[in-house]
Design a protein around this ligand. Structure first.
Ligand code: 5GP
Ligand code: ZN
Length: 113
């Protein structure tokens, strides 16, 4: 079982900020900005490349919840960046799809040189 599925199953602890039937949001273990939260579907979808039409409801729901989570985190007004790393060139390390929410301070250039 992957590390994020273990977090979903409460086999590994995480600082959860939001949870419902379909998704979970928790603080990244190695934050890259003052606020760094990961939003995941509870379903194990390995990467963006593995999204199927049947995932529309889950991923649509996830997007609807992102602004609510940003509000809970107090970063909605100043703004934030959402990153979804995909595959080797995208720098994906955990193969359970996740949306990084970064904020709490200026995030910087869109990508490093
Ligand atoms: P990726 O590079 O796959 O887009 O991002 C994986 C992220 O998961 C990294 O930012 C990393 O710090 C985070 N991460 C890895 N293992 C754990 C863990 O066990 N708990 C939490 N909360 N975050 C993790
Ligand atoms: Zn998983």
């Amino acid at each position: 079982m992957c590390v994020f599925c273990k977090i979903v199953n409460k086999e590994i602890p995480a600082k959860v900020v939001y949870e419902d039937d379909l998704i979970m949001a928790f603080h990244d273990i190695n934050p890259q900005r003052k606020v760094h939260v990961l939003v995941i579907p509870k379903k194990h979808i390995p990467s963006v490349n593995d999204i199927n039409p049947e995932d529309k409801e889950i991923l649509g729901h996830l997007w609807v919840k992102i602004p609510e989570i940003a509000k809970l985190l107090g970063i909605d007004k100043d703004g934030y960046r959402i990153i979804v790393n995909t595959g080797k060139h995208g720098g994906q390390e955990i193969y359970h799809i996740h949306y990084h929410i970064l904020g709490g301070e200026p995030v910087g250039r869109m990508v490093c040189k």
